[in-house]
Design a binder for this molecule. Sequence first.
Ligand code: ATP
Ligand code: MN
Length: 467
Amino acid sequence: MSLKRTKIVDIFNASAVGQQVCVKGWVRTRRGNKNVQFVALNDGSTIKNIQIVVDLAKFSEEELKPITTGSSLCVEGLLVESQGKGQTCEIQADKIEIYGTADPESYPLQKKGHTMEFLRDIAHLRPRTNTFGAVFRIRHNMAIAIHKFFHEKGFFYFHTPLITASDCEGAGQMFQVTTMNLYDLKKDENGSIRYDGDFFGKQASLTVSGQLEGELAATALGAIYTFGPTFRAENSNTPRHLAEFWMIEPEVAFNDITDNMDLAEEFIKYCVKWALDNCYDDVKFLNDMFDKELIERLEGVLKQDFVRLTYTEGIKILEDAVAGGHKFEFPVYWGVDLASEHERFLVEDHFKRPVILTDYPKEIKAFYMKQNDDGKTVRAMDVLFPKIGEIIGGSEREENYDKLINRIEELNIPMKDMWWYLDTRKFGTVPHSGFGLGFERLLLFVTGMANIRDVIPFPRTPNNAEF
Ligand code: ATP
Ligand code: MN
């Protein structure tokens, strides 16, 4: 084969009708009759397949036999306008080289209509389906959108460590990192494990959030964001939790809670618009196949201002709903950590648009959040989305050294691990705010997928670390 390969996406974008082209990809289907065969070829560059027309005057049945679903080919031929419905152009094959066959007896992606559960069991092959091709192209595009958004606003991408020796955030259960021999642990006189012989000389874990280090950076560079893997050993088997997920955490010096809400709203809208502008084919496919209201929902988010109200006002609405006969699985009262059903009620039933809840009871929020004058609440904000519930959690941070220390002592957080964090409040402290967006929660929204396991290539969840 002599011609340079063209990606299928480029074949459709730049019409080279009348030219000789070379494409390479994987066979999705082959059908036809004794005179002519049609091969649908996909190379992952787009959801669209290119149709290869194989004239049996030029090829023998024997040559075509190994061309089955899943096999990989290189095809050269003339690009012509298509006679068939639904496609703009097709290739009249002159030469076909088979790279690899895929035995129909054992290749699992034969017919369409596999369940999502089955596809999770073959996560190594599911990117070859239309659905997961679309999801992972969108995932890439969202990552680009995120970097573009922050870069254009003058934020710096800051890399925070994945291994940490301070569990002060309490954001979730941590995975321990150790090189100790688990069959022969050294203990002290109290029976506690001795970490002084461990790799880091103390107990270390995978990070649950880059925020604390992000604050160090924001109080130096002004505005930063992190975008990296995050680990939580929470044993919650829900469609919204992973043990390993990606989080985006902007942190901005001199921003108060209102600036923080403005940033969160502008950011999500930018990402959603990016998906509609840059991944329309894939979004449309997911809309048509899975979720007929997907595009409507995405466009709806762009048009509307997010509702902003306090936790206390939110609880009032939920209590009124309960009084009016609405049944929730979990109880509603001031002080409760809202469950996803409560969040979704506010968003989907009551306001019918995204909601930003602020000023939560301090007991259910982290120690670093700015304390309100009422002594009961903190300047927290959660962004709640349709179908998902919490998509963002953030706050204005407590910048007052004494107030922060008091809270740390109240909660019995080990101070010696926190000395470096406290230095931000000792030296040139400033008001500042930030938030964390779960990348996969954003992807759930943008793709319309129902389970978070289906928006990350290789999900890590309790009892599952295959691939
Ligand atoms: P939730 O209440 O949904 O468990 P959280 O309050 O523990 O979330 P935060 O600590 O506020 O979450 O983390 C910030 C964001 O990270 C959340 O808004 C969410 O988008 C995302 N997130 C948190 N935990 C997970 C998880 N286990 N898997 C995927 N995304 C997560
Ligand atoms: Mn949260």
